[in-house]
Write a protein that binds this ligand. Structure first.
Ligand SMILES: NC(=O)c1ccc[n+]([C@@H]2O[C@H](COP(=O)([O-])OP(=O)(O)OC[C@H]3O[C@@H](n4cnc5c(N)ncnc54)[C@H](OP(=O)(O)O)[C@@H]3O)[C@@H](O)[C@H]2O)c1
Ligand SMILES: C[C@@H]1O[C@H](OP(=O)(O)OP(=O)(O)OC[C@H]2O[C@@H](n3cnc4c(=O)[nH]c(N)nc43)[C@H](O)[C@@H]2O)[C@@H](O)[C@H](O)[C@@H]1O
Length: 319
């Protein structure tokens, strides 16, 4: 990839988009473009068309999406299915119409069936039913994967989908209603320590297993996909290791230095019991993660402390 190629990073201020932007800058790419959702609402097809015709990017990296943790997905199914389909449809279709040859689509490990064999292989897609708390988001993401696959098949263009496992890191969402588990735990334990609270309430049973990947490693996988023509349409991206939510809580409790007790709120959903990725396809091509979970949590907690006045909170208000 030419360092002067015009690369549009959709969602460049989000956790993943900003990590991709940093990684591209570090590698010397000097023609990056990004727009905030205020400046360009990607749900608006007319505005997206105008933007593409004006900017004419060479490559599109789609890191823009309506994203949230288990509760946000469960409580706002319509926003999660519709906004995601609108955003990705506009980006994919305008890219094809403009003749863009390279498009990187980001999905999620929740596209795989709830009770698929573990670790999850790419070929398990669409072999059984989905986890109900996030089937809306998962179905939107599956349509994105399939649209890119259709473009590969019909037009022979390099439209590829990467499926990240659960991600965490700098610029994550720390809103306790809409966030994922890892930033929620960092904030809950930190605030309980500062306020001398005797207990912290976490959700579900603590028994589900989850795999986590530091977002800068994810960004490296995106750069890898940018610089190489990947032979297949779909690739899992993760560490290939998982831990229970209870073990995650104990790890974060130690990192934050909180001394109190953990209470599990069984009224809150557990979600899928396990979603460990088989990451051998990416590994065989030459990409692998580098940041172990403990190190990534420590870095993220330090970042949280440095940015505590301005931490991101993604509110989801619906009329
Ligand atoms: N976080 C995870 O654990 C995880 C796991 C697997 C896959 N992924 C995937 O990774 C991608 C990025 O996720 P993330 O965690 O970085 O989410 P994020 O931090 O919430 O960022 C999402 C970005 O999308 C942009 N966006 C949302 N709606 C938009 C709209 N209508 N118009 C324009 N821009 C819009 C936002 O722009 P503004 O900031 O300008 O509003 C934001 O920067 C998504 O495709 C997600 O599915 C994430
Ligand atoms: C990566 C994303 O993962 C999402 O699934 P999923 O891993 O269950 O999403 P999380 O919200 O990260 O929750 C993971 C697990 O952590 C538990 N948990 C415990 N305490 C908390 C807490 O304070 N906050 C949160 N958020 N969880 C908590 C939660 O019940 C669940 O079993 C999907 O809904 C998305 O569609 C997407 O795939």
């Amino acid at each position: 990839m030419n360092k002067d190629s015009k690369i549009y990073v959709a969602g460049h201020r989000g956790m993943v988009g900003s990590a991709v932007w940093r990684a591209l800058e570090k590698k010397g790419y000097r023609n990056l473009i990004g727009k905030t959702s205020k400046d360009l609402d990607l749900k608006n097809q007319t505005k997206v068309k105008e933007f593409f015709n004006l900017e004419k990017p060479d490559v599109v990296i789609d890191a823009a999406a309506r994203v949230g943790g288990i509760l946000a997905n469960n409580d706002y199914p319509y926003q999660f299915i519709m906004e995601n389909m609108q955003i990705q449809n506009n980006l994919i279709d305008e890219s094809l119409k403009l003749g863009i040859n390279k498009f990187i689509f980001l999905g999620s490990s929740c596209i795989y069936p709830k009770f698929a064999p573990q670790p999850l292989k790419e070929e398990y897609l669409l072999t059984d039913s989905l986890e109900p708390t996030n089937e809306w988001y998962a179905i939107a993401k599956i349509t994105g994967v399939k649209a890119c696959q259709a473009i590969r098949k019909q037009y022979n263009k390099d439209y590829v989908s990467l499926m990240p496992t659960n991600l965490y890191g700098f610029f994550d969402n720390f809103d306790l209603k809409t966030s994922h588990v890892l930033p929620a735990m960092i904030r809950k334990f930190h605030e309980a320590k500062i306020n001398n609270n005797s207990e912290v309430t976490l959700w579900g049973s603590g028994t589900p297993m989850r795999e986590f990947l530091f977002v800068d490693d994810m960004a490296e996988a995106v750069v890898y996909a940018l610089e190489n023509k990947l032979p297949e349409y779909l690739y899992n991206v993760g560490s290939g290791k998982d831990i229970s939510i209870k073990e995650l809580a104990e790890t974060i409790q130690k990192v934050t230095g909180y001394q109190g007790n953990i209470v599990w709120d069984s009224e809150k959903p557990d979600g899928t019991p396990r979603k460990l990725m088989d990451v051998s396809k990416m590994k065989n091509l030459g990409w692998t993660y580098t940041t172990e979970l403990q190190e990534g949590i420590e870095k993220t907690y330090l970042w949280f402390l440095d940015n505590i006045e301005n931490i991101k909170e993604v509110k989801l208000e619906v009329n």
